[in-house]
Design a protein around this ligand. Structure first.
Ligand code: PAF
Length: 294
């Protein structure tokens, strides 16, 4: 096995443009957008992107904590920043270029006048709790697509609503990029990896595993129909005093109304101590049985 070589870091649009201009003719570009504080979940995104590319292609990871997707009072200032460790993760995963711009480089004129609206999908689930969040996410991702011009971009299923919206943005705005979703990486007890897990104190860390346990309960009872699956998940969350649920819902895979049977998604968001966590899982719904019937 050859030693991982350190990616080249581009701090400005100009540097990024020059580096991407140097690639072989016909070489493709993959992009993994991140906010840094990289963990094994991000490494899986980079590994997936690398597998889709040849050695002649270029894999870019962006590291940018995007102020536009944080509302006042959220954790923008305390969001973990671990650049040196992030660079090592990128090197291990065969990333060629790390794009790590400043806020001024991404938003030279301050907040942009024109932004990307998530439409009605931006008002439900996470959007109902964080009304400006997806406008900020879609706007920065559209900017990154414009700067990097990737053929393929890889995102985690952990932020499922974000993934669905980015996919729709790429289709609805004809951005010419293939958007790929990668399954969530979990701790041994089921907790979904997240940069925000760093905020959990030992007590909250124990309570946090109720989220994935509740989703698994829904998956296990999914064959009995949506109502029973939701009840199973709710029963788990009710047991856990330290977990304040924002929402628990079953939708179709595109976040529309749940089907009466077939492929669906169960999603949960909750506050655990001072930390807000989200998680989701795919499930296969069976048709609901009439409780009075045989
Ligand atoms: O998922 C994230 O880390 C961010 O929302 C993203 C996609 C990098 C946009 O800032």
């Amino acid at each position: 096995m050859t030693a991982a070589s350190t990616p080249v870091v581009a701090g400005t649009r100009r540097e990024l443009h020059d580096l991407l201009g140097k690639r072989d003719e016909g070489a493709r570009v993959g992009l993994v957008p991140t906010m840094g504080a990289l963990h094994a979940g991000h490494a899986a995104l980079m590994a997936d992107a690398r597998r889709r590319l040849t050695p002649a292609d270029r894999l870019v990871t962006s590291i940018f904590v995007n102020p536009l997707q944080f509302a006042p009072g959220e954790d923008l200032d305390r969001y973990p920043r671990t650049f040196d460790a992030d660079l090592r993760t990128c090197a291990e995963q065969g990333v060629d270029i790390v794009f790590a711009p400043s806020v001024e480089e991404v938003y030279p004129g301050g907040d942009p006048l024109v932004t990307v609206s998530p439409g009605r999908l931006g008002d439900v689930l996470e959007g109902a709790v964080r009304p400006t969040h997806f406008r900020g996410v879609l706007t920065v991702v559209a900017k990154l697509f414009g700067l990097v011009r990737p053929d393929v971009a890889v995102f985690g299923e952990k932020d499922y609503q974000q993934l669905v919206l980015i996919r729709r943005m790429a289709i609805d705005l004809c951005l010419g990029v293939e958007v790929v979703g990668v399954p969530t990486v979990r701790e041994a007890d089921g907790l979904a990896l997240s940069s925000r897990n760093a905020y959990l104190d030992p007590e909250a860390r124990v309570a946090a595993h109720a989220l994935s346990t509740s989703l698994r309960a829904a998956v296990e009872d999914a064959a009995l129909g949506r109502t029973r699956a939701l009840a199973a998940a709710r029963a788990v969350l009710k047991e856990c005093a330290g977990v304040l649920v924002d929402y628990l819902e079953i939708t179709d895979p595109d976040l529309g109304e749940a089907p009466t049977s077939g492929e669906a998604r169960v999603l949960v968001a909750a506050r655990v101590g001072t930390t807000r966590l989200i998680d989701n899982m795919p499930l296969m719904l069976g048709t609901e049985k009439d409780p009075g019937g045989s």
